[in-house]
Design a protein around this ligand. Structure first.
Ligand code: ADP
Length: 602
């Protein structure tokens, strides 16, 4: 059904009720006036008839018909009415307006019937004789207490009708005028009702559009005023609730976006409800585009899809893990749980993703380390055991073989000692670094380098190598001198170990705005490109046999890396196979203030 405006529902009703009441009142009034008029007229006619009746009664059986007609004519003229004399049989004896001879029997006329029954009779109807509406009043004429006939007088009705009709016209005009005034007043009244309602409607529309700061004008009408007040209160509460919800949402967003762990929420149809930046970064998907899409469209990982399906199927908490291979290998631990709404109905699930790649790497490194250490220790121990058995089996009797075997056993024991010393050194370094027990002091680099060269002097001299140091004595920075010396000794030992006799080693120290750079360059065998990233790992050796033969433990560069890290610096290597290598240690430079604070100590 088409909806109408309130004004068009109330206003026509007002007009209809007002016009209907007016018409009814006018109808009732004109009817009443008509009836009063009629009854007065009849009473008057009756009075006239009562005056005429005795005259006619006296002449009824004494006069001739002609005379009676004449009498009727005279009486009719005097009474301004038609006068008729009717016998009890209904025969018209005389009439003032018509020839009584030609008139039919009047016994069936209602007024005549009533008069013959002894009462005053009246009737208004169309007279076919005079061809007009007439009002009749008939009275019985008594002679010797017997009804001897009926006298009837009649006046034409048109006078009454036209009088009533003219009244109707006046009343109708009045009604029309009053109707117009009523309609105008109704319109004003209706508007005074609908305008505040309209204002409320507009206000409600603004509320619906989210403008909850607006307030409705409180109308004078009690009901509308109450409604406006209630709606205003509702808007305040709604605004308050929206603010609370927004605050909670922002807090949740802040928590989710600051989380290192990825969080993915999804509904029962496996559609993403939300995901935080960490989750988007882990899977390398745009955060906004993922929301509303199905999990398998967004995250192309079968294990994750299976995990989601399993959460939805079981509804319980789950723990799992997946491996991502789109960048470097990433290991993720998944914790899943079902999501429930306020009524406790299950509406989806939630996954928290922990990046355990580092942990995984550490675990792998730990495992590798244990296996490497065992392997490294096993080799010399096996050798020692083998030679001891050989000696016990009889080689002891051969002094020359005994000396040779004991020499080998001694070398293997030395190797074991070196290995254990390096391991202990590494472990102490790690412990000290963890507990921040390695104090750094401002000191000159050159002294450290000179002491390191001195310590390696026997090896360098044995290979007839030449070490050239270029270092400004004023270059100072925050260092742990014994550790830095150890690092440089390790690099120098490597440079001697992996270089031919008589070659040169260059140590250059430069000060840059942010760093102090120590570069140790040799002319040795160099390192293939593929090994460069791995040689700082524990026990990593390019050529195991060569390293072992030269007494290497495979831990030297790992110790260097740790020492440099303790200093807050970095170590790197450049190498060209068969040409030589350059190991660079970059240490954070001290401030100018620190440097100039101690100018004379070089
Ligand atoms: P190692 O005890 O075997 O020398 P390091 O940790 O000191 O162990 O070095 C790891 C590996 O790096 C060595 O086995 C060697 O293959 C390579 N290496 C280190 N320094 C040099 C260098 N100056 N020239 C060539 N190779 C080197």
């Amino acid at each position: 059904m088409p909806r109408k405006r309130l004004i068009w529902q109330i206003f026509p009703l007002f007009v209809f009720v007002a016009a209907g009441s007016l018409v009814l009142a006018a109808f009732y009034a004109t009817q009443t006036v008509g009836q009063i008029y009629q009854s007065q007229r009849r009473a008057e006619l009756e009075a006239r008839a009562k005056l005429i009746a005795p005259v006619i009664s006296g002449a009824l059986y004494t006069e001739s018909t002609e005379d009676l007609n004449e009498l009727c004519a005279q009486l009719g003229a005097a009474a301004s009415a038609r006068v008729t004399i009717i016998l009890p049989s209904g025969t018209v004896l005389a009439d003032s307006a018509h020839d009584s001879e030609t008139m039919d029997n009047h016994a069936d006329r209602p007024e005549v019937i009533e008069a013959l029954s002894g009462q005053s009779g009246n009737s208004t109807r169309y007279s076919y004789t005079l061809r007009t509406d007439l009002t009749y009043v008939a009275l019985p004429i008594y002679q010797k207490e017997e009804i001897a006939g009926v006298v009837r007088i009649a006046v034409p009705e048109p006078n009454i009708r036209s009088a009533i009709r003219s009244t109707y016209v006046e009343v109708a005009t009045g009604i029309a005028l009053v109707g117009l005034v009523v309609a105008a007043l109704s319109l004003i009244a209706t508007r005074s009702v609908t305008r505040p309602v309209d204002l409320l409607r507009r206000g409600a529309e603004r509320f619906a559009n989210g403008d909850l700061a607006t307030r409705l004008v409180v109308s004078n009408t009690v009901e509308l005023g109450l409604l406006a007040n209630t709606m205003n209160t509702m808007a305040v509460q709604l605004e308050d609730r929206i603010h609370t919800v927004e605050r909670h949402r922002n807090e949740l967003q802040a928590v989710l976006s600051s989380m290192v762990e990825g969080v993915i929420a999804f509904d029962s149809d496996e559609r993403v409800i939300s995901l935080n930046q960490a989750a988007a970064d882990i899977f390398n998907v745009p955060q906004e585009q993922a929301v509303g899409r199905v999990i398998h469209e967004v995250f192309r990982n079968v294990d994750l899809q299976r995990f989601v399906a399993s959460i939805l199927a079981t509804g319980g908490s789950q723990i799992g893990s997946i491996v991502l291979k789109h960048r470097a290998e990433e290991h993720l631990q998944l914790q899943g749980a079902a999501l429930h709404d306020a009524q406790g109905k299950r509406i989806g699930g939630l996954i928290v993703l922990h990046d355990i790649t580092r942990l995984h790497k550490l675990e792998t490194a730990r495992r590798d380390f244990v296996s490497n250490v065992s392997h490294e220790l096993k080799t010399p121990i096996t050798a020692i055991k083998g030679y001891v058995e050989t000696l016990l089996d009889g080689a002891l009797d051969d002094p020359e073989a005994s000396r040779k075997f004991l020499g080998i056993i001694g070398k293997q024991a030395e190797r074991l000692t070196a290995l254990i010393e390096d391991l202990l050194r590494l472990s102490r370094l790690e412990q000290d670094a963890e507990q921040a027990r390695l104090p750094l002091e401002f000191g000159p680099i050159r002294d450290v380098i000179e002491r390191a060269v001195q310590a390696c002097d026997p090896t360098i001299a044995a290979k007839r190598m030449n070490v050239q140091v270029t270092c400004d004595p004023g270059i100072r920075t925050r260092i742990n001198a014994p550790l830095l010396q150890l690092a440089i000794e390790n690099l120098l030992e490597n440079a001697t170990k992996y270089s031919e006799e008589g070659t040169n080693i260059r140590i250059e120290v430069n000060r840059e705005p942010q760093n102090v750079l120590i570069a140790i360059t040799d002319q040795g065998c160099g390192i293939e490109q593929e090994h460069l990233t791995r040689i700082f790992e524990r026990f990593y050796r390019v050529d195991k046999a060569r390293s072992r033969k030269l007494g290497g433990t495979g831990l030297g560069l790992a110790i260097v890396k740790h020492i440099v890290r303790v200093h807050g610096g970095q170590v790197s290597v450049d190498s060209i196979p068969n040409k030589g290598s350059t190991f660079r240690i970059s240490l954070p430079a001290g401030t100018v203030a620190e440097t100039s604070a101690n100018p004379g100590s070089n």
